[in-house]
Design a protein around this ligand. Structure first.
Ligand code: HEM
Length: 175
């Protein structure tokens, strides 16, 4: 295994790990913490919220950074060379990236303090639900791209693969 393969594996690990932490934290907040905190008095509730968000904000910012760096690394270094000319792959990846950016925005403003987005935080149950839904779609697109959209064989193995497995030659478009 060469150095580049190790970096590719590390980047994939970081990407999926950050997604697990952020989505797991959002699901826990929406479906465990928020219902459990409903009985608290307003002052207690606000104090708890402030303490939790103070800590969670750091995970959100760190997680977004890791997702962006590892995501662009995976895309530019691994996926673009493997999926040259595959319109379905890049169309879906573009959709995934845009939805991902939408999810980053929602996660940031829900955990943030900007007065401009106080309205969203007042309806945090709704917006957190939307964030979880968007994230689930992003994960589904990522999984679909990995499993269902075949990559092109590496140039040095092309002749072997094409004669042994002609099906590997097709791109999503040819199907
Ligand atoms: C909410 C944000 C995001 C989440 C939750 C997320 C989640 C995931 C997951 C779970 C996978 C692995 C799919 C699998 O192997 O089954 C994946 C793959 C990938 N993601 Fe993301 N991602 C996010 C944002 C991004 C961004 C912003 C980029 C690019 C800039 C990106 C680029 C990629 C690439 C290139 C892959 C590999 C796809 C393939 O195997 O062909 N992701 N993502």
């Amino acid at each position: 295994m060469d150095g580049m393969t190790l970096i590719d594996v590390f980047s994939r690990w970081a990407h999926i790990g950050a997604a697990i932490v952020l989505i797991g934290g959002s699901v826990f907040t929406r479906f465990v913490l928020m219902p459990a905190a409903t009985g608290l008095q307003e002052s207690e509730h606000d104090a708890l919220r402030e303490r939790i968000m103070g800590r969670w904000r750091k995970f959100v910012m760190g997680g977004i950074l890791v997702l962006l760096v590892s995501g662009f690394y995976n895309y530019i270094m691994v996926a673009i060379p493997a999926h040259k000319g595959d319109g379905l792959y890049h169309g879906l990846m573009g959709t995934k990236i845009l939805l991902g950016i939408g999810a980053f925005f929602l996660a940031s403003v829900l955990a943030g303090r900007s007065p401009r987005f106080e309205g969203l935080r007042e309806q945090s149950a709704k917006w957190l639900g939307i964030l979880i839904l968007i994230s689930a779609i992003v994960v589904a697109i990522g999984g679909f791209l990995k499993v269902a959209v075949k990559s092109r064989p590496a140039p040095d193995s092309a002749s072997t693969l094409q004669s042994e497995y002609p099906v590997v030659r097709y791109t999503a478009k040819a199907r």
